[in-house]
Design a binder for this molecule. Sequence first.
Ligand code: NAD
Ligand code: IPM
Ligand code: MN
Length: 365
Amino acid sequence: MKTYRVAVLSGDGIGPELVRATIPILRLASHLYGFELIFEEALVGGTAIEATGKALPLETLEICKRSQAIFFGAVGGKQWDSLPPEKQPERAALLPLRKTFSLFANLRPVSCYPELLDASPLKPQIASGVDLIIVRELTGGIYFGQPKGKIYTEQGEKAIDTLVYETSEIERVSAVAFEIALRRRKKLTLVDKANVLESSVLWRKTVKEIAKNYPDVQLNFMYVDNAALQLVLKPAQFDVILCENLFGDILSDEAAGIAGSLGLLASASIGSTKFGLYEPAGGSAPDIAGKNIANPIAQILSGALMFEYSFQEEEAAQAIRTAVGDVLKEGYRTADIAQDPSYICTTEQFADKVAQKLEENFKSK
Ligand code: NAD
Ligand code: IPM
Ligand code: MN
């Protein structure tokens, strides 16, 4: 039987409760669709700092290296905000993981399930038909550029971040975005700030070159400030949005708002092999952590992305998506997107319903 090893890094805040609720769904899907998953848990983030003094212990890295994918929860929280920035969970664990495994493309699909239109803060006629994917460059730009840090001068403290891109970094993520566009509605929007930033000028030039290999894809350009506006005015105009690291970070949270909650936004971080890291786009949500109320959909759908991109188990991935949609169709929702109090589920209850649906749908195939 095909067997896949998965490193499970639950992390902090809502991470562990979401991962705990999701693993049985992934296990069930693997049994139904004829493959085996070997999960290996490892410490990461603030939880790892408490246990070992390090946000990304060597043992965790070893477990990731012997796996075919990382299934990630979230990291960070107020408890660790007073540590030196470079020791905090986000910068000492998540960013190094992305960099170590060269996961340069982060895919964040946003769609409005028709049954969830009432959860969108936008008017239904604006939110309906939204089906876009953000392809965010993930291992370059201002997150990683050197020099970075603080300097003490006669005028006082100075802080530096550097926004730098090599042509090759733009080329490889652009190719991923064009390939995705080919399998979708064949429209790609490069979001940048080419009226101000030199790096954006290079992005435009490079993406235009790559576009020559994809004559069937319609390419257009949009400044990031306008893109932020268009996402709320007319989000259905977008198919694939390609952008650099920081713009992608910001626009993806905004795009999650179109669907109604950050708890709906899954993500896949991939590179040039089948290895990938799969995690909700949202964070550790300290405001709701430990209450069993967080929305598990982003975590569950990140599992579906793992099946699709790292294991090529498309049927199982699709079955999970269908099961989530079917549970929503029946009206069940976690508190973040609920309208009718009689249908509110806890994290666990919602995940259990998805598992039941998955099994029911399989039996009635
Ligand atoms: P956040 O994404 O944790 O939360 C933003 C808002 O979205 C909150 O109101 C939260 O309750 C809500 N939300 C997020 N996920 C949800 C879910 N599954 N269900 C329902 N509601 C959900 O962002 P923040 O509050 O700015 O950051 C909190 C911590 O998380 C920080 O330490 C931050 O650095 C970290 N963070 C980590 C990751 C990651 O691990 N990938 C991503 C983003 C933020
Ligand atoms: C995300 C997060 C991370 C990022 C943080 C926690 C480092 O916001 O995955 O979107 O900015 O990439
Ligand atoms: Mn973010």
